[in-house]
Design a protein around this ligand. Structure first.
Ligand SMILES: Cc1cc2nc3c(=O)[nH]c(=O)nc-3n(C[C@H](O)[C@H](O)[C@H](O)COP(=O)(O)O)c2cc1C
Length: 455
């Protein structure tokens, strides 16, 4: 029997017209809606109708699928190249929704902590406590090239910087005590000078004095989400994260990751339930298995082999255009850009003896995440198995096409999960922390100041 909560958590990763590589070619989507606020507003409201904990936006600060050497001829066949800046979009969405959490990605490699602290604190105030920051270290040279660099920072150094970055951001969020602003009109005192903290941080990557020019966010700290699954990624998560987004394909892999991450937390004085593990899940829902298989089949038929080869070359770090499609996928492992995901795909291809083309089809939908194609009951069965089997505390849904793939899940799968008592039927609180069952954190600067005063 599971030792975690009795109900699972749900997020949805909103990505333009959907997660499937060829979704932009499907008759089920409206071209151009990836840059339509009306489209995203409908998605966020649909997630809220389904009582989701949060909507989630990934990000990159470049035209992402531009691995070095991809020919223009292939580039022009890719969807998913343009997207909104997440914080701007989430701020707008906050005015169109009332409960659903708003999680956006910001890179620790191509940002300064002061900017990030300020933007997420602003979003938390604007949304009355619904903001979350997905901490990533970025994955491409194309991003380096947009930020004055010839090379992408190495994997290990990116994580050193990320650890320091998060500490600075948290310190800045706690620049003021919750009740610092007394606004005493009679006395003419605007804030209590004992309740502001300079962080005076001096470290390997950052020197930041503070304080932040914004009062403490409603949630204390916007929820810290982390996406990165290597050892260094797991250590960062065990120390700082409250939600982890990860790709875990099988039940066994999911359980091993779950255990390995939760076990690491005690090293940092944290309890396992202070962090929720929410693997990605790509779902194609049908009223019958045949209907689901047909929907998926239509999307798979639209996969352009050239695009597939470019995508897999990017993931593996090997130029696969020189190989025949029916050749076995050459073995590879983690690389400087990314470790965990290439390793997952390498293991999948080896375990199932996949050719290059078969590997492309296996990851065209969800880039290595868990793929679930079937009836609401079947999908609920698998989610329940992973939840109760301690492979997950919840899931980050990755609909194949949008908005239809999310609507299907909300209309068909959510009621099934609710019927089983596995998912809420109403929001119990109003902040993202409330939905996730996470405590509001103490002010780290105040805790330190109090400790110094007592010493
Ligand atoms: C599930 C998942 C989602 C991610 N989403 C993003 C993203 O939106 N933007 C980004 O720049 N990096 C993203 N990353 C990349 C990570 O931040 C990290 O840079 C990369 O995975 C390398 O670290 P790892 O080897 O620890 O996984 C994601 C990683 C994972 C596992």
């Amino acid at each position: 029997m599971s030792s975690h909560e009795s109900q699972l958590h749900l997020g949805v990763f909103l990505r333009g017209v959907g997660h499937h590589l060829a979704s932009w070619r499907s008759p089920l989507v409206t071209s151009g809606s990836e840059i339509s606020f009306t489209h995203y507003r409908h998605l966020a409201r649909t997630a809220e109708r389904g009582k989701f904990d949060m909507v989630f936006l990934g990000d990159s600060v470049c035209v992402r699928e531009r691995p070095e050497g991809v020919k223009r001829e292939i580039l022009q066949r890719l969807g998913h190249l343009v997207h909104f800046e997440p914080l701007t979009l989430l701020s707008a969405l906050s005015t169109a929704t009332t409960h659903v959490g708003l999680v956006g990605t910001a890179s620790t490699t191509y940002n300064e902590p002061y900017h990030v602290a300020r933007k997420f604190a602003s979003l938390d105030h604007i949304s009355d406590g619904r903001a979350g920051w997905n901490v990533v270290t970025s994955t491409s040279l194309a991003e380096a090239n947009n930020f004055n660099r010839e090379e992408h920072l190495g994997h290990a150094e990116r994580y050193v910087r990320a650890n320091e970055f998060v500490d600075v951001v948290v310190g800045l969020w706690d620049s003021w005590d919750d009740d610092a602003f007394v606004a005493d009109k009679a006395e003419g005192i605007y804030f209590d000078e004992d309740k502001v903290f300079e962080i005076n941080h001096r470290g390997a990557h950052f020197n930041v004095k503070g304080p932040l020019n914004l009062s403490r966010p409603p949630q204390g700290h916007p929820v810290i989400v982390q996406a990165g699954s290597s050892d260094a990624g797991k250590d960062l998560a065990a120390r700082t994260a409250e939600v982890v987004f990860t790709a875990q394909r099988t039940l066994k892999e999911g359980q091993a990751f779950y255990r390995s991450l939760k076990d690491r937390m005690s090293k940092y004085g944290r309890a396992p339930d202070e962090l929720k593990i929410m693997p990605g899940v790509f779902t194609v829902v049908g009223r019958t298995q045949e209907e689901a298989d047909d929907k998926y089949g239509h999307l798979q038929e639209l996969v352009d082999p050239k695009v597939g080869v470019a995508m897999l070359s990017r993931t593996t770090g090997i130029d696969l255009s020189a190989y025949p499609l029916d050749a076995p996928l050459p073995r590879f492992g983690g690389n400087n850009v990314q470790q965990a995901r290439p390793e997952l795909i390498d293991a999948l291809a080896e375990r199932e003896h996949l050719t290059i083309w078969q590997t492309i089809l296996a990851i065209a939908g969800a880039r290595g995440h868990h793929v679930l194609i079937g009836t609401p009951e079947r999908i609920a069965d698998e989610l329940e198995e992973r939840f109760k089997g301690e492979a997950a505390d919840g899931f980050n849904l990755m609909p194949p096409y949008l908005p239809g793939g999310l609507e299907d899940f909300v209309d068909l799968v959510v009621p099934e999960l609710q019927r089983r008592g596995l998912f809420r039927t109403e929001y119990q609180g109003s902040t993202l922390r409330d939905h996730l069952g996470l405590a509001r954190p103490a002010n780290v600067n105040k805790v330190r100041a109090d400790a110094r005063a007592q010493a």
